[in-house]
Design a protein around this ligand. Structure first.
Ligand SMILES: [Cu+2]
Length: 109
């Protein structure tokens, strides 16, 4: 019985984690902590995303994800639709307009 539990645990730890990939996305238009929370929230909504880490000093977000369920393009689109530039994908202009002043580029405030 113990052995069986051990095997089940190992399967839970490794079995479903087969295809975890990692990517870093540039978020050059992010300005403040609120931007970080917004971007983190948008990415965490995507099925297959395992972990999101926003680095506001480097203006990059690291995403760990299941490569069979989602991909970098989906992350770029989600960030764009949250109002921010992601790599070469520009922010959704309509959403960007609705961001609070502190989250806009200095020249747009
Ligand atoms: Cu902000």
């Amino acid at each position: 019985m113990r052995k069986l539990l051990l095997i089940i645990n190992l399967l839970l730890i490794f079995g479903c984690n087969g295809n975890i990939e990692k990517t870093k996305i540039e978020i050059p238009s992010a300005q403040c902590g609120m931007c970080a929370i917004t971007i983190e929230g948008a990415l965490n909504k995507i099925d297959g995303v395992k972990k999101v880490l926003v680095d506001m000093d480097a203006l990059k977000v690291t995403v760990a994800y299941d490569g069979e369920k989602t991909d970098v393009k989906s992350f770029e689109l989600a960030i764009s639709n949250a109002g921010y530039q992601a790599n070469e994908t520009l922010s959704n202009a309509e959403v960007y307009k609705t961001l609070p002043g502190c989250c806009k580029l200095p020249e747009d405030r």
